[in-house]
Design a protein. Structure first.
Length: 403
């Protein structure tokens, strides 16, 4: 069945992760996404060598660029720029995360493209926004999303070193948000007939992500504590380790509701009414003593044993702390639709799914990420260029094709 964005034409001028991720989600949702790359390729293609040496595939690049068609165009040449313009003139959506000043210099800003195609939804992801002293500052997610927003600080207990963001985390959350924003703009266009510019930034996504804390500071001037497990005032919300060395989170966020199940499951029901622990206040006062009791108790059984005991106790909320291998082999991930099979020749390649399902218009995976210039001839032909014109652009170095 078609995806919900079937028939929507998207042109992406994206680099690295955030822009391609947004267009990639839309491709998963059924849009026809044409990815414009420079003649040297999207720099994200270098992930293949950064992480793997020189493997035959590029799983990091594939995640954000599957289901797209790829063209290689030198937009700094007149012929290349005109070819890109023709693609965008026929598109519903333009998505980019190239810096705004560079877009203006090259003629791919909204002021240039909007009048050419008044129905165009022009989507721009920046690092720090469109105005202000850092508007044109380069911003990867580790800087604009993780460090600048306070998130890294608020994830680091005193005395610990700052953790490094995992690759693409801020980019991917921004990409999903932006795909939704583009879809909302398309819905608006259905009613008004008018296109518009849609913008977001890694900075904005980051402060929204950590907004639970920041809104508390705004309203109350109070900074939530940055705790480690030894300072958790509510031992019902903490990490514990089983006898086989595996860690898990107990998530008893509703103190009065979740305390009794926790006490029962560790085999100490007498603690429920113990005056040291029989209220949220007393458990907070005596948190260190209670944590030590729970540490000793949880160290008496394996993770599998605890999982069976937890399953039998109503209102026992918990989760294993998985490694990468453990989550990928987790049966629940498959039931949740977290993995997809992408066509690859006569077989398929398994990948991580984008995080939304449409039960009435589910769509389907169509292809791996394009090779550099794989669809240049096909896409330009669809746009009305003759073989002679395409050959002239090839000879002039304005476009690249796979012969």
């Amino acid at each position: 069945m078609p995806g919900p964005l079937e028939g929507v034409k998207v042109v992406e001028l994206g680099v690295w992760v955030a822009g391609p991720a947004a267009a990639g989600v839309m491709a998963d949702w059924g849009a026809d996404v044409v990815k414009i790359e420079p003649m040297s390729g999207d720099p994200a293609r270098s992930f293949q060598f950064m992480y793997g040496g020189n493997p035959p595939d590029n799983p990091v690049f594939e995640l954000d660029n599957r289901n797209k068609r790829g063209v290689a165009i030198d937009i700094t040449t007149e012929a290349g720029r005109d070819a890109a313009y023709r693609l965008i003139d026929e598109a519903d959506v333009f998505v980019t995360n190239v810096r705004a000043a560079a877009l203006q210099r090259s003629g791919f800003d909204y002021a240039t493209l909007g009048p050419r195609n008044p129905q165009l939804i022009y989507g721009l992801i920046t690092g720090y926004g469109l105005t202000g002293p850092d508007a044109d500052r380069p911003g990867f997610d580790i800087s604009a999303f993780w460090a600048r927003t306070g998130m890294a600080h608020m994830m680091t207990p005193p005395g610990n070193t700052i953790p490094t963001l995992r690759g693409g985390m801020g980019d991917h959350s921004t990409g999903v948000t932006f795909a939704g924003a583009i879809s909302a703009a398309l819905f608006s266009r259905e009613r008004t007939g008018k296109g518009q510019m849609v913008t977001s930034s890694l900075l904005r996504q980051g402060v929204y992500t950590i907004g639970f804390d920041l809104n508390m500071v705004l309203s109350w001037g109070r900074h939530p504590p940055i705790n480690n497990r030894f300072e958790a005032r509510n031992p019902s919300v903490n990490t514990y380790q089983s006898s086989d060395g595996k860690w898990f989170f107990v998530v008893g966020v509703e103190g009065d509701r979740h305390w009794a199940p926790l006490a029962r499951v560790v085999g100490k029901p007498e603690l429920i009414d113990d005056p040291r622990f029989n209220s949220i206040r007393h458990r907070a006062i005596n948190f260190e003593e209670l944590r030590q009791i729970l540490d000793v108790s949880f160290a008496e059984r394996t993770m599998d044993e605890w999982a069976r005991l937890f399953a039998d106790e109503p209102n026992m909320f918990w989760s294993p702390i998985h490694s990468a291998d453990e989550i990928l082999s987790d049966e629940q991930l498959r039931h949740a639709g977290g993995l997809v099979e992408v066509p690859n020749g006569d077989g398929t390649t398994q990948m991580i799914a984008s995080p939304v399902d449409f039960h009435g218009t589910p769509g389907a995976q169509r292809s791996l990420a394009p090779k550099l210039g794989e669809h240049t001839h096909e896409v330009l032909t669809e746009a009305g260029f003759s073989d002679h014109e395409i050959r002239a652009m090839i000879n002039a170095g304005a476009v690249r094709v796979i012969e």
